[in-house]
Design a protein around this ligand. Sequence first.
Ligand code: ADP
Ligand code: MG
Length: 439
Amino acid sequence: MSDHDLWPGVARRLRAQVSPREFETWLRPLKLRLEDSRAIFTVPNRFFADWLSERYLSAINQALMSESGNHLETVFEVADQEPSPAVVTPAPAEVPRELSLNPAYTFSSFVVGPCNELAHAACQAVADQPGRQYNPLMIFGGSGLGKTHLVSAVGNQLTGRDPGFLVHYTSSEAYSNEMIQAVRFDGIQSFRNKYRQVDCLIIDDIQFLSGRERTQEEFFHTFDSLFQSGKQIVLTSDKMPRDIPGLAGRLRTRFEWGLPADLQTPDEETKIAILQRKAAEKNLVLSRKVASYLSRQPESSVRVLEGYLNRLMAVSRLQGVEADLELARQVVGPLVSERQVGVDEVLGAVASHYGLKVADLKGSRKTRDISHPRQVAMYLARRLTRSSFPEIGRAMGGKDHSTVVKGVKRVEQLMAKDPELGETVRVVEAAIQGGRRGG
Ligand code: ADP
Ligand code: MG
């Protein structure tokens, strides 16, 4: 088979496994030729080669194997000449989107309650005196509990008070994309300068630094440069640094220097106050009764609660009826029951799929035929239930929360490489959801 025949098939297989954007950026530009039993890919530069071998090597090997039926050794060869214009011109979708502060996320629009008092106070202190206490400031919390809102409030207050004070807000993913583009297009020096001259750097969702070695390396230098010149660093994460897999030790220790402040699930009173604030911002009337009904739903995320509120208000407007308790029950009830899955249900479904007993999953035997399904159960419990890592650990026979974190991460990694596992997970999930609808 000539090289010419092989590449389209390989490319098709790869395309099915990665996002369109990854494919366009990293895989489409590849050129393949075969020499003996070697598959040689010509790539524009060294960085490109490292990136491919870190992220896509096993996918590429698999695709080659499936297409050619032979074991080929994959080699990345850096082109001697300048990369062709086709490679260096970024498609619009590749350009990293600059994130910016949401002006609506201010301290005055943030409702303070026992669940977020400490985090709020820490953010306020940093906004009053950046770079003094609490550097870096780390805000932790589950999804939708107000991390982005609070750290944006810091940024908004700082720029509001002094427009010359340079605040840069981004997420770890956008930072990573921006860095990659900078490396590819020889802009790394201006990228560094840009980040090292800010007065306050806010990086949202640093858990996505996980496993990105090159980004971590770069961020390490940015961090030290800012820290040494007394500039404020504000970070958010959904996990404690020690629970972020694939985070370099030197970054972890730096993240632990500062004050960690966490956001907890709001209690009912705080939920009611938040919902009423959101309604008031949109000039809507939300009775206390309805707010209280919404806040009693087994839902920890403020974002999801807000979604219920928006849905209720939309239906009310559309049907021209009042957003009373009855309408709230009609509109929100079905949304809520869809989401309530318990860890026990997940364990039952996983056990029956793999032909095991629930007790095996809760037990501690470490043979792969049991430990793998156990990790799948952890993954699904995390995805489908409202339980926290420690709660899942407890429900699974008293396992440590870090064991659950690792299990979930492991399944995520495996799924990225193994489409069959993805299919298995979907089947088990459908069984859980189907069982619920039936019963
Ligand atoms: P996270 O970044 O933790 O996932 P966000 O900051 O995006 O969460 O918050 C999700 C939504 O909930 C936002 O619309 C935010 O304004 C709102 N929210 C969360 N907590 C509060 C609060 N205490 N007061 C007002 N709004 C809140
Ligand atoms: Mg956020």
